[in-house]
Write a protein that binds this ligand. Structure first.
Ligand SMILES: [Zn+2]
Length: 128
């Protein structure tokens, strides 16, 4: 079975590596993908750890986990990336995340901003 994030690797070879190392990814896209997989698995700790501390929604953690469990995740499509490579300190990833909620297909279409601090990527929020 392919990883939840849609690569042709298994979960063990792909996002689980990052779920076990607290999100030490090489690229912003890898972090984004691993965060999608964390939504699928309702891994609230990982979603908080990989969210930059300046924008981390700590108070919403329970609600996020509850919501992530309540929907049925379908797939992730990464549409575009800018910077976010090993040698960058910022980057964006544009994606679509599809899920069923209350019997309907819904989609999150977002351009996300990422920053690197102490050699680690973090999700900052919507890119402006
Ligand atoms: Zn993955």
């Amino acid at each position: 079975m392919n990883c939840y994030c849609g690569t042709n690797k298994t979960y063990q070879e792909c996002c689980e590596v990052f779920h076990r190392n607290n999100g030490k990814t090489d690229t912003a896209e890898q972090l984004m993908r691993s965060r999608y997989s964390a939504f699928v698995l309702a891994n609230g700790d990982y979603l908080m750890t990989t969210h930059h501390k300046s924008t981390r929604p700590k108070k919403e953690k329970k609600a996020i986990v509850k919501w992530a469990k309540s929907v049925q995740w379908i797939k992730l499509e990464v549409l575009d990336t800018s910077k976010g490579s090993k040698d960058d300190i910022e980057g964006t990833v544009t994606f679509k995340a599809y899920f069923f909620e209350n019997g309907n297909v819904d989609v999150i279409h977002e351009k996300s901003a990422f920053v690197k601090e102490n050699e680690q990527w973090f999700y900052l929020g919507l890119s402006r």
